[in-house]
Structure formats: structure tokens, C-alpha cells
Design a protein around this ligand. Structure first.
Ligand code: GTP
Ligand code: MG
Length: 180
């Protein structure tokens, strides 16, 4: 029997969400991308969601849902978060002007869900990517959260992020079990 687990990938506009899911998904990411409106440098942006899938032996399946990065689509967050195991918040480490928005997204998700998450600093390949310490100091609500650096285009980096999150998920499950 197939057992499906769900992880949500969120973060500000252009933080690398679609790239992150595409790097690891075994199917072509089912993406709902549109041309960005005029005035934005980027060509494609996600509306509604991205969807990726990873199958493991023994019938385990991981579904990855990417949120849209523009806050006019934030009504999708709650829909996509339903029943998730945990989530990752991506932030472009070379764009400190997006950190405030990232903190707002963390606050909104924390208010919506008590599931574990990790903060992922993307563009780790770039010289101007800030260190985890600097990122922690400049984003609200992540004082005791794991921070993982990642080049969202690289499969190995994306795997490390998902393993870090799954560790948190397991710790949480064990703690709940101990608490009875
Ligand atoms: N060098 C580098 N480029 C990256 C990285 N992550 C994403 N990119 C590039 O940044 C651009 C935007 O990435 P997307 O994956 O579309 O970002 P997104 O968060 O899905 O964007 P929205 O859906 O519009 O919010 C793409 O051209 C990616 O190739 C990274 O870690 N390093
Ligand atoms: Mg996208």
C-alpha cells in the first residue's frame, strides 16, 4: 500500500522554490507558472502551486508542494499546508531585502501549523550569500530553528535539506510518543 507524506516548500518571491522541487522530483514538476507582470526581471513565477514527487521503497511516497511566492496568492498557503509533515522556508541569502518578508511568512506558517520546519538559505553558491549567523540575526521568529545552506539547483543539497527536516519530524514524533 502506498503511504503518502507531504512537505510544503515556501518562501518569498524568487527564493528558489520551483528550482528546489524540480531538482529532486522524479516527475517533471507540475508547475503553474505564468509570465511575471511588467516591471519584474524574472520571466516565470508560480501561481497556485508546484507539485513534485519522490518514491521510496516499501511504498513510501513524498509529495512536495511549492507555494506561490507573491503574497497576493497567500490564500493558497493554508490549502497546501493541510496534512503536511513539515515545511521548509527558502530565503535567497544574497537578497537581505527579502528577509523581512521571509520572517512574515514564518510567522504566518507558525500561526497556521505547529509542524516542524527548517530555514533554507538558497544561492549558497554565490559569494554574496550571507552566513547562517547573519541570516538568523536578520529574520524574525527563527531563533532556535535549523538553518541549512543550499544551492537549490543541486540534488545533493536538496536531499540534505529534506533529511534535516525529516530529522526534526522524527524528533517531534518521538517527543510526542514519550509524552504519551
Ligand atoms: N545560482 C543559483 N540560482 C538559483 C538558486 N535557486 C534558484 N536559482 C535561480 O533563480 C531563479 C528563480 O528561481 P525559482 O525556482 O523560479 O524561484 P521561485 O521561488 O519558484 O519563484 P516564484 O515562484 O516566482 O516565487 C531561477 O532562474 C533559478 O535557476 C540557487 O541556489 N543558486
Ligand atoms: Mg516558483
Amino acid at each position: 500500500m502506498e503511504r503518502v507524506f507531504k512537505i510544503v516548500v515556501t518562501g518569498p518571491f524568487n527564493s528558489g522554490k520551483t528550482t528546489f522541487i524540480s531538482a529532486i522530483s522524479e516527475i517533471d514538476v507540475v508547475s503553474t507558472e505564468r509570465k511575471t507582470g511588467s516591471g519584474r526581471k524574472k520571466c516565470n513565477t508560480t501561481v497556485a502551486m508546484d507539485f513534485g514527487r519522490i518514491t521510496f521503497p516499501d511504498g513510501y511516497v513524498l509529495h512536495l508542494y511549492g507555494t506561490p511566492g507573491q503574497d497576493r496568492f497567500d490564500f493558497m498557503w493554508e490549502i497546501l499546508s493541510e496534512g503536511m509533515l513539515g515545511y521548509v522556508v527558502l530565503v535567497d541569502g544574497s537578497k537581505p531585502d527579502t528577509f523581512e518578508e521571509a520572517g512574515g511568512i514564518v510567522a504566518a506558517f507558525k500561526a497556521m501549523s505547529d509542524k516542524p520546519f527548517v530555514l533554507v538559505v538558497t544561492r549558497s553558491d554565490r559569494k554574496d550569500c550571507l552566513s547562517p549567523d547573519k541570516v538568523r540575526k536578520n529574520i524574525d521568529h527563527i531563533a532556535d530553528v535549523d538553518i541549512v545552506r543550499c544551492d537549490a539547483r543541486k540534488l545533493g543539497d536538496v536531499k540534505d535539506v529534506l533529511l534535516a527536516l525529516l530529522e526534526r519530524v522524527m524528533e517531534r514524533a518521538e517527543a510526542l510518543e514519550r509524552a504519551g
